[in-house]
Ligand binder design. Structure first.
Ligand code: CA
Length: 288
């Protein structure tokens, strides 16, 4: 059983199903260098001049963040950033980052408590009445929450087939939007269909990055960026006008890194087919 689940996860993306015929792993070994891919790695797509990924932790990456006029979101997201705990968890990880960014300082909102964050065998050493666990959204209890499981169970997420044998592993963008809506957030779903122009997408994401208390969650196909893996979900951190590039706060920095990517390349990566519709992005805020 365990081997079956692992096989399923390796064939799909953490952000939804992989394209038909895809056999690449979700979070496989990263390229040794963040650079434009060869045409053969991308299939039909040929690399374009100037669309190389730029690592966040590089002189050019730092310069882009320094001069960016669209980076308000970066600082709060960085404060609440965490890496995904396994290869399937990009959607839940992105969700808890955004939920904590919006609500960590809100004492009026009841937040989950993950008892596994403190070793229970040492609980007896604590002063009476002291609870060492911070109320916080975590990956560990994400699927314990009915606001999540109303949309998708942990078993389905992990690749378990339903009674008809159908599987829907990972989380599609629309499903993630419904989960965040169930948490009481205001979510605007943007599927990157043909009717949604590149300019509209760029402007909407760019303007959000300069606006506090709302965030952009992107769902994209890694292959278009020349990365290994398939569909992926992460928060967006900043936009640099001079290079026309966005900073992806990749929740899987284990071999990948946070990267700046040309807006046209990122939008092309969002304008790709997932299980039932194109990928895209969410605009998320808290009306409470
Ligand atoms: Ca914002």
């Amino acid at each position: 059983m365990r081997r079956v689940l692992l096989s399923v996860l390796l064939l799909v993306s953490c952000g939804g199903a992989a394209p038909a015929g895809s056999t690449s792993s979700v979070q496989g070994t990263a390229p040794s260098k963040q650079s434009a891919p060869s045409g053969s790695e991308l299939g039909a797509r040929s690399p374009k001049a100037g669309d190389e990924l730029v690592a966040f932790a590089s002189a050019e990456g730092i310069a882009r963040l320094s001069r960016s006029a669209y980076k308000v979101d970066f600082f709060t997201l960085a404060n609440h950033f965490e890496s995904q705990q396994n290869l399937g968890m990009c959607g839940p990880t992105t969700s808890v980052i955004v939920l904590n960014a919006l609500r960590a300082t809100r004492d009026d909102i009841v937040k989950p408590r993950d008892p596994r964050l403190f070793p229970q065998e040492f609980a007896g050493n604590l002063p009476e009445g002291l609870d060492p666990v911070f109320p916080r959204y975590t990956q560990g209890v994400f699927f314990d929450d009915e606001r999540v499981t109303q949309v998708k169970s942990k078993a389905t997420f992990a690749g378990q087939a339903d009674a008809e044998g159908a599987r829907d592993p990972g989380i599609q963008l629309r499903q993630l939007g419904r989960m965040l809506t169930n948490f009481g957030l205001h979510v605007e779903l943007r599927i990157a269909e043909d009717s949604l122009t590149n300019e509209t997408i760029r402007q909407e994401m760019r303007d959000n990055l300069a606006s506090p208390n709302d965030y952009v969650v992107i769902n994209y196909q890694r292959k278009v960026l020349g990365q290994t893996g398939s569909g992926h979900i992460s928060p967006l951190g900043a936009y640099d006008e001079a290079s026309d590039s966005f900073l992806i706060l990749d929740v899987n920095p284990n071999g990948k890194t946070w990267v700046w990517v040309k807006s046209s390349t990122l939008i092309e990566a969002m304008r790709t087919m997932d299980s039932v519709e194109n990928r895209g992005y969410l605009l998320v805020s808290d009306p409470s």
